[in-house]
Design a protein around this ligand. Sequence first.
Ligand SMILES: Nc1ncnc2c1ncn2[C@@H]1O[C@H](COP(=O)(O)OP(=O)(O)OP(=O)(O)O)[C@@H](O)[C@H]1O
Ligand SMILES: [Mg+2]
Length: 225
Amino acid sequence: MPAAITAQDLSFAWTPEQPILNGCSLEVPQGQFWMLLGTNGSGKSTFLRLLAGLLKPTAGRVFLQQPVGFVFQNPDHQLVMPTVGADVAFGLVAENLSPQQVRGRVAEALNAVNLLDLERRPIYALSGGQKQRIAIAGAIARHCEVLLLDEPTALLDADTQQELVLQVQRLVKHRGLTALWVTHRLEELDYCDGAFLLEQGRVIAQGDPQKLKAKMIELELAKTP
Ligand SMILES: Nc1ncnc2c1ncn2[C@@H]1O[C@H](COP(=O)(O)OP(=O)(O)OP(=O)(O)O)[C@@H](O)[C@H]1O
Ligand SMILES: [Mg+2]
């Protein structure tokens, strides 16, 4: 299966004294849902920004199927319009579509995240989980091939967290999207096809999510006195 996301020997530093990524490589196969784990400050968010082209690496290259959608930890940093329908349509302004085509894309995207009935709802009147699904709908409206999600469940309660991870799992399965999801929550590994562990600027383990989960638990246990 071809890769939809490829990072080759990526290096990056915010300051010369502190390299964050050091020859980091990974590949996510097309049509799969993978997760990225690592301790606080290991560089997961920086890595996702490099993949999305929001930062430039000091060395190495990225290849991603286009277009790419990004979902941030806090949806209030990304939803910019007053209503759900307007926000999903906002991402389409650069695409030169007719008003009818825009309405069609918005309906398709809201339907894909099961929120068609909220099209006229003001953004402020949404729950945290609904806001994250609207952020995902924005990417679907743009017909994104790749979805990058940076701890999208960090601000959600346990039930809403599970709903969101299931939603992304369904989108990957039914729409053929490729998703890379950053998390700290080991229970989320139950929903993905594979996972990477990022430490000291590189991927130090990858593959079967249950094996990685066991390794993470072992590393955590090894740390406790
Ligand atoms: N804009 C910035 N300027 C300078 N240093 C930064 C900047 N953003 C992040 N860093 C530093 O880069 C390192 C990696 O940060 P990053 O946010 O990528 O880690 P992370 O793995 O996402 O952590 P977390 O699990 O806490 O979200 C940290 O030491 C952080 O302080
Ligand atoms: Mg982060």
